[in-house]
Structure formats: structure tokens, C-alpha cells
Design a protein around this ligand. Structure first.
Ligand code: IMP
Ligand code: MG
Length: 176
């Protein structure tokens, strides 16, 4: 395990792996027999997506969506699109996101993708921080872990682009 003085482990790699096995079973049951388009929200969900797709047993294509959120600097919650997905019209779609926090990003994703008329649109977030939710009624269909209100890094999630490579989830000392 990589250790750092400035972070504290919150969810171990083995706990993540065990939960991913359970999540994959839930998702397999939901999409059994379907041809699915997986959408990975860059960059935070990359590790989660790659670990999940190897556990899933339905035929799939994999696409990527990249967003830029200005929330941190301007507090407007404004989100713009850096990279869009291809055609999903009439398709069964499953989105992988790293964390749902205020819900602004997930709401944007749902509105953006729903406008492309998929047959089914489901979302799966590795982490959910419900205490920070600002958008009522916004929640992932599948959740890896609900976490307390702390800023977390690792397993794809970053702080100023660092720590994404950790195999575990950690809190930043000092916190959110
Ligand atoms: P929301 O729009 O507030 O729900 O935030 C969603 C996005 O903010 C996520 O996709 C992450 O990129 C980022 N984010 C929110 N909370 C955290 C955190 O605790 N650690 C790292 N990134 C976070
Ligand atoms: Mg993100």
C-alpha cells in the first residue's frame, strides 16, 4: 500500500474489491441479456469503470464523457462539456461516475444524456456523499459506498489532480 503523511485510509482496496463484486452482481441482474453502452465520466471514474466492466457479463460498448465543473472557483455550479459521447439513441446506457456530492454533475449528465433518447439510462457511482446534496431527488441508481461528509481521494478521485493512482480511498487530513 502506498502511504502518505497527508492522507488517511478510509476504504481499503480489499473492501472496494469485495463491494465491486456485489455491485456487479446487482448490475448484471438489471441488464441481463441487453446490449449496453457503458459511459465512463472522466477522469474520476476511470479506475472504477475498468474494474467494473471486467466483472460484468453482458455485451457492451464503452464510451467516455468528460465534464468541466467551475463550482470550486465561482460557486455557480456551472458545468461545461469537454468530450461528448457518440450516438446512444434507443440504447441501454449505464453511466459510471466517481462520486455524487451536490448532485449538480449527475443532474447535468442525466439531462444531457436523456436528450439523446436512450432506451434506458441508469447511473452507478462508486461513492455517494448525501450530506452535501443540493439537488433534491438526484441519486445514483447503484452506489458502491455512502460516505460521511469528508473530501476523499484515491481510486480515481483527485485533489488537484493528485492521488488518483491509489488503490484505496482516503481522506485528506484537514478535510472538506
Ligand atoms: P457534484 O457535482 O457536487 O455532485 O460533484 C461531483 C464531482 O465533484 C465529482 O465527479 C468529483 O469530480 C468532484 N468531487 C466531489 N466530491 C469530491 C471528493 O470528495 N473528492 C474528489 N472529488 C470530488
Ligand atoms: Mg469527476
Amino acid at each position: 500500500m502506498q502511504t502518505h503523511d497527508d492522507i488517511t485510509e478510509m476504504i481499503s482496496a480489499s473492501t472496494i474489491n469485495a463491494r465491486l463484486d456485489e455491485l456487479a452482481a446487482e448490475i448484471d441482474a438489471e441488464f441481463a441479456g441487453e446490449d449496453v453502452i457503458i459511459i465512463c465520466v472522466l477522469r474520476g471514474a476511470m479506475m472504477f469503470m475498468t474494474d467494473m466492466v471486467r466483472r460484468l457479463n453482458f455485451p457492451m460498448e464503452i464510451d467516455f464523457l468528460q465534464l468541466k465543473s467551475y463550482e470550486e472557483t465561482t460557486s455557480t455550479g456551472e458545468i461545461t462539456l469537454l468530450k461528448d459521447v457518440g450516438d446512444i439513441s434507443g440504447k441501454h446506457v449505464l453511466v459510471f461516475e466517481d462520486i455524487v456530492d451536490t448532485g449538480n454533475t449527475l443532474q447535468f449528465i442525466l439531462q444531457h444524456l436523456a436528450a439523446k433518447n436512450p432506451a434506458r439510462l441508469k447511473t452507478c457511482a462508486l461513492l455517494d456523499n448525501p450530506a452535501r446534496r443540493q439537488i433534491a431527488g438526484i441519486a445514483p441508481d447503484f452506489t458502491g459506498f455512502a460516505i460521511p461528509n469528508k473530501f476523499v481521494v484515491g481510486y480515481g478521485l483527485d485533489y488537484n489532480e493528485k492521488y488518483r493512482n491509489l488503490s484505496y480511498i482516503a481522506t485528506i487530513n484537514g478535510g472538506k
